[in-house]
Design a protein around this ligand. Structure first.
Ligand code: ACO
Ligand code: LMR
Length: 264
């Protein structure tokens, strides 16, 4: 039989050796001819399979809703400061991306992990939130700097509405909403945020679509695919902020002294 030379790299998502590149076995011509969208391409390259339209549409909505949230958030601020320091597009972009993490935009995977664990173990929202408090861990996916119980995040509502209409089950999202009801009874800023909404709804997508085994769901949540959605989405806005600053020919940024408390 054939003797294979050992390789240094294994790759399973794409192949560029033939006449046309393939994503998870699907040739580029089919992607174009069949009108695939960016949600389909993400499904092929991240999940290695074609997902039903409501799933790819949901992915696209996540991308669109998280593309930007104004100039004041951590990521955009870093990007703006970097662009104004005369740096190039990639430097300005990654400067912003580097702020994505447990407090800002990068709480999606942890939200999915904690909500899944709590729901699957049958914890009541009270038991879940109080056990997190005991451990000194903030509930990922809960809390926002400017959104409040009486000024909800429209993005969260839009995601929930879409899922209610199109998903076969929204049990994880409903659990996250129960958690929010409890946290809001403690403080008005402890709303379900966009990371928490995407984290819980993605669990519903994975579990409800019938396209993933239990083991695959654990792997996706374990590896942490979901922050990738925010990273990808926010790159669109951060690139926009870079162009905006360059277009406006903004000078080097220096933070005003008056806005710093100098103290010993
Ligand atoms: N779980 C439990 N308690 C919380 C949470 C939470 N998720 N968030 C805030 N609190 C509590 C704090 O403990 C604090 O009480 P303390 O001062 O006695 O410790 C009180 O609420 C006020 O908290 P602040 O620090 O003023 O909240 P802040 O506005 O700075 O934080 C933040 C906002 C960072 C989003 C916070 O709520 C948090 O860490 N949430 C979890 C991470 C998360 O989901 N991040 C994604 C946000 S959405 C996005 O970035 C796209
Ligand atoms: C965002 O999408 O950047 C936010 O939800 C964070 C914020 O403070 O607005």
């Amino acid at each position: 039989g054939k003797v294979r030379a050992p390789t240094h790299i294994i790759s399973t998502i794409s192949d560029d050796r033939g006449e046309e590149p393939c994503y998870a076995g699907v040739p580029m011509s089919s992607i174009v001819e069949q009108g695939y969208g960016v949600g389909d391409v993400i499904s092929l390259l991240w999940f290695k399979r074609s997902l039903p339209r409501y799933c790819t549409h949901f992915i696209e909505i996540c991308i669109m809703l998280c593309a930007d949230h104004g100039p004041c958030v951590s990521g955009a601020h870093n990007t703006i400061v970097t662009a104004r320091a005369g740096k190039d597009l990639v430097s300005s972009l990654v400067s912003g991306l580097l702020t994505i993490g447990p407090r800002f935009g990068g709480a999606i995977d942890d939200a999915a992990r904690y909500f899944k664990d709590a729901y699957d173990r049958g914890l009541t929202p009270y038991e879940f939130v109080e056990s997190m408090k005991k451990k000194g861990i903030r509930v990922p996916g809960i809390g926002h700097r400017i959104k409040r119980g009486d000024n909800r995040d429209k993005r969260v509502e839009l995601l929930q509405q879409f899922a209610h209409t199109h998903f076969p089950s929204v049990k994880y999202m409903e659990y996250a909403v129960q958690v929010e009801t409890y946290t809001l009874s403690k403080a008005n800023n402890l709303v379900l945020n966009v990371d928490g909404a995407i984290g819980s709804l993605f669990l519903d997508l994975l579990a409800g679509s019938g396209m993933f085994s239990k083991q695959e769901i654990d792997e996706i949540v374990g590896i942490g695919y979901l922050n990738g959605l925010f990273v990808l989405a926010r790159s669109i806005g951060l690139i926009g902020h870079t162009f905006d600053q360059k277009r406006l020919k903004q000078p080097l940024y220096r933070h005003p002294w008056e806005d710093v408390l100098y103290t010993k």
